[in-house]
Design a binder for this molecule. Structure first.
Ligand code: MG
Length: 129
Protein backbone atom coordinates (compact mmCIF):
# COMPACT_ATOMS: atom_id res chain seq x y z
CA UNK A 1 0.00 0.00 0.00
CA UNK A 2 1.34 3.38 -0.89
CA UNK A 3 1.30 5.93 1.83
CA UNK A 4 1.22 9.66 1.58
CA UNK A 5 2.05 12.64 3.72
CA UNK A 6 -0.28 15.17 5.26
CA UNK A 7 0.43 18.43 7.06
CA UNK A 8 -2.26 19.76 9.41
CA UNK A 9 -2.13 23.49 10.20
CA UNK A 10 -4.63 24.74 12.79
CA UNK A 11 -4.32 26.86 15.92
CA UNK A 12 -6.61 24.45 17.83
CA UNK A 13 -4.07 22.11 19.33
CA UNK A 14 -6.57 19.42 20.39
CA UNK A 15 -7.97 19.23 16.88
CA UNK A 16 -4.48 18.92 15.39
CA UNK A 17 -3.46 16.18 17.83
CA UNK A 18 -6.65 14.15 17.30
CA UNK A 19 -6.49 14.38 13.53
CA UNK A 20 -2.77 13.56 13.31
CA UNK A 21 -3.33 10.49 15.51
CA UNK A 22 -6.23 9.32 13.37
CA UNK A 23 -4.21 9.71 10.19
CA UNK A 24 -1.20 7.91 11.64
CA UNK A 25 -3.45 4.99 12.64
CA UNK A 26 -4.29 4.70 8.95
CA UNK A 27 -0.57 4.54 8.15
CA UNK A 28 -0.62 8.03 6.67
CA UNK A 29 2.45 10.12 7.43
CA UNK A 30 0.93 13.03 9.30
CA UNK A 31 2.45 16.03 10.98
CA UNK A 32 0.70 18.86 12.78
CA UNK A 33 1.57 22.48 13.52
CA UNK A 34 -0.41 25.27 15.17
CA UNK A 35 0.72 28.38 13.27
CA UNK A 36 1.62 29.60 9.80
CA UNK A 37 5.18 30.25 10.91
CA UNK A 38 5.57 26.67 12.14
CA UNK A 39 4.07 25.48 8.86
CA UNK A 40 6.83 27.24 6.90
CA UNK A 41 9.42 25.40 8.98
CA UNK A 42 7.71 22.08 8.26
CA UNK A 43 7.54 22.89 4.53
CA UNK A 44 11.27 23.60 4.51
CA UNK A 45 11.98 20.12 5.89
CA UNK A 46 9.60 17.86 4.00
CA UNK A 47 7.29 17.62 0.99
CA UNK A 48 3.60 17.04 1.58
CA UNK A 49 0.92 15.54 -0.64
CA UNK A 50 -2.07 17.04 1.15
CA UNK A 51 -2.17 20.07 3.44
CA UNK A 52 -5.06 20.93 5.74
CA UNK A 53 -5.12 24.62 6.52
CA UNK A 54 -7.23 26.56 9.00
CA UNK A 55 -8.23 29.94 7.58
CA UNK A 56 -8.54 31.66 10.96
CA UNK A 57 -5.38 31.65 13.00
CA UNK A 58 -4.29 34.29 15.48
CA UNK A 59 -0.84 35.80 15.32
CA UNK A 60 1.36 36.91 12.49
CA UNK A 61 0.29 34.71 9.59
CA UNK A 62 -3.36 34.03 8.81
CA UNK A 63 -4.59 31.19 6.61
CA UNK A 64 -4.55 33.09 3.32
CA UNK A 65 -1.03 34.37 3.87
CA UNK A 66 0.04 30.84 4.75
CA UNK A 67 -1.70 29.53 1.62
CA UNK A 68 0.20 31.98 -0.58
CA UNK A 69 3.48 30.69 0.89
CA UNK A 70 2.42 27.07 0.43
CA UNK A 71 1.57 27.73 -3.23
CA UNK A 72 5.03 29.28 -3.74
CA UNK A 73 7.00 26.64 -1.87
CA UNK A 74 5.04 23.43 -2.61
CA UNK A 75 2.73 24.01 -5.57
CA UNK A 76 2.34 20.23 -5.99
CA UNK A 77 0.50 19.88 -2.66
CA UNK A 78 -3.31 19.78 -2.59
CA UNK A 79 -4.60 22.20 0.04
CA UNK A 80 -7.91 21.74 1.88
CA UNK A 81 -9.10 24.84 3.72
CA UNK A 82 -10.94 24.69 7.04
CA UNK A 83 -13.26 27.57 7.55
CA UNK A 84 -15.95 28.98 9.83
CA UNK A 85 -19.25 30.26 8.45
CA UNK A 86 -18.02 33.82 8.89
CA UNK A 87 -15.08 33.33 6.57
CA UNK A 88 -16.59 31.57 3.56
CA UNK A 89 -15.59 34.54 1.38
CA UNK A 90 -12.00 34.08 2.45
CA UNK A 91 -12.26 30.44 1.42
CA UNK A 92 -13.39 31.45 -2.04
CA UNK A 93 -10.35 33.72 -2.21
CA UNK A 94 -8.36 30.65 -1.19
CA UNK A 95 -9.94 28.58 -3.96
CA UNK A 96 -8.87 31.26 -6.43
CA UNK A 97 -5.34 30.89 -5.08
CA UNK A 98 -5.43 27.23 -6.04
CA UNK A 99 -6.77 25.42 -2.98
CA UNK A 100 -8.32 22.01 -3.72
CA UNK A 101 -11.48 22.52 -1.64
CA UNK A 102 -12.77 23.84 1.65
CA UNK A 103 -14.75 22.40 4.54
CA UNK A 104 -16.93 24.23 7.03
CA UNK A 105 -16.11 23.93 10.73
CA UNK A 106 -17.04 22.10 12.83
CA UNK A 107 -16.08 19.29 10.51
CA UNK A 108 -16.66 15.58 11.15
CA UNK A 109 -13.44 13.63 11.25
CA UNK A 110 -14.88 11.05 8.85
CA UNK A 111 -15.73 13.75 6.27
CA UNK A 112 -12.24 15.14 6.63
CA UNK A 113 -10.65 11.73 6.03
CA UNK A 114 -12.76 11.24 2.90
CA UNK A 115 -11.76 14.68 1.59
CA UNK A 116 -8.08 14.05 2.31
CA UNK A 117 -8.23 10.76 0.41
CA UNK A 118 -9.94 12.48 -2.55
CA UNK A 119 -7.30 15.24 -2.60
CA UNK A 120 -4.55 12.66 -2.61
CA UNK A 121 -6.30 10.74 -5.37
CA UNK A 122 -6.39 13.90 -7.49
CA UNK A 123 -2.74 14.63 -6.83
CA UNK A 124 -1.57 11.11 -7.70
CA UNK A 125 -3.59 11.18 -10.93
CA UNK A 126 -1.85 14.41 -11.91
CA UNK A 127 1.57 13.04 -10.98
CA UNK A 128 1.08 10.16 -13.41
CA UNK A 129 -0.08 12.26 -16.34
MG1 MG B 1 -8.57 28.68 13.99
Amino acid sequence: MTTFSVLVIDDEEDFVTTLVNRLQKRKIEAQGVTSGEAALEALAKADFDVILLDIKMPGGMDGIETLREIRKRQPQAEVILLTGHASVETSIEGMNLGAYDYLLKPVKLEDLLVKIAAAYEKKSTQDKS
